[in-house]
Write a protein that binds this ligand. Sequence first.
Ligand SMILES: Cc1cc2nc3c(=O)[nH]c(=O)nc-3n(C[C@H](O)[C@H](O)[C@H](O)COP(=O)(O)OP(=O)(O)OC[C@H]3O[C@@H](n4cnc5c(N)ncnc54)[C@H](O)[C@@H]3O)c2cc1C
Length: 271
Amino acid sequence: MDLPNIETYLRPNEIQTINNWGKDWAWLAGGTWLFSEPQPQLRVLVDMQSLDWSEIEVQEDNLVIGATCPLIKLLQYPWQLEWTAVAGLKSAVSTLAASLKVINMATVGGNLCLALSVGSLAPIMIALGAKYEIWNLQGESRLVAAEDFQIGSRQTILQPSEVLRRVLIPVKNLKWRVNYQRFGIAATDPALAIVVSAYNPENLQFKCVIGASVPAPKLLDCNHINIDYSPSLQKIEFINSPKASATYRREITQILIKRSLHQLKLINTHP
Ligand SMILES: Cc1cc2nc3c(=O)[nH]c(=O)nc-3n(C[C@H](O)[C@H](O)[C@H](O)COP(=O)(O)OP(=O)(O)OC[C@H]3O[C@@H](n4cnc5c(N)ncnc54)[C@H](O)[C@@H]3O)c2cc1C
């Protein structure tokens, strides 16, 4: 939709050239969310496309994904076969309750910074031990763990004018076995619960991240496969909404955890 209140559109080549960031400014990435509903609080859009950030590359020991990388590239990139965990990244994109038009335009950074509770990329990034590089307008950078980035529904730790520059995933973690579970009333509906499990066959370590059923994705604080997750889930505050009660979301999350353990062949019982 048109955003008639936008007075200024900037397309910088470098973020250091931007001055006087105001509270009515916003970064424009793919624009799929920004142009999907009125944004009466905004006057200035700063388009990130001409920053010309690289999309997907390997640097030293990390897979590096630029924030402006379109989601579709995660499905199309010629990944190494031994990077089994890439299946989880692909599932996060292909289970998104959005049309191909959105997936073509929406970016990795846009999805993470929008920070919807149903956000599909954040749980897999946390499961894979990703770090996010954040820049300010002076070009200074800081690294944060993916699990510390989103602090609520539509809330991140980004300060005004700060930008998510890129995502770094340790290449060794890409050899983990990963399972991505999503439950929604219909495939085109936003998820009611997401569970991402990651298993490192080398040290037998296991991680489980829940999303969509809680305001921000959460890494469960237990790394044993045979553990009963229900006490840990009881302590978590699940979203209670007309779409699904907290009790229902907790139950579904528990089932998805069991299902993912079963699909990773870590338990025999079929949930
Ligand atoms: C019909 C529809 C269905 C959808 N379903 C789902 C779903 O099921 N799951 C899901 O996860 N998402 C869903 N989405 C959200 C979709 O994934 C987002 O629209 C998309 O991820 C936003 O990406 P974008 O690049 O277009 O961001 P934009 O629309 O350009 O920006 C989104 C927000 O992020 C900020 N931003 C963008 N990039 C950066 C950056 N690098 N640094 C700092 N701030 C930044 C912008 O200022 C803005 O506030 C859906 C969207 C639509 C329209």
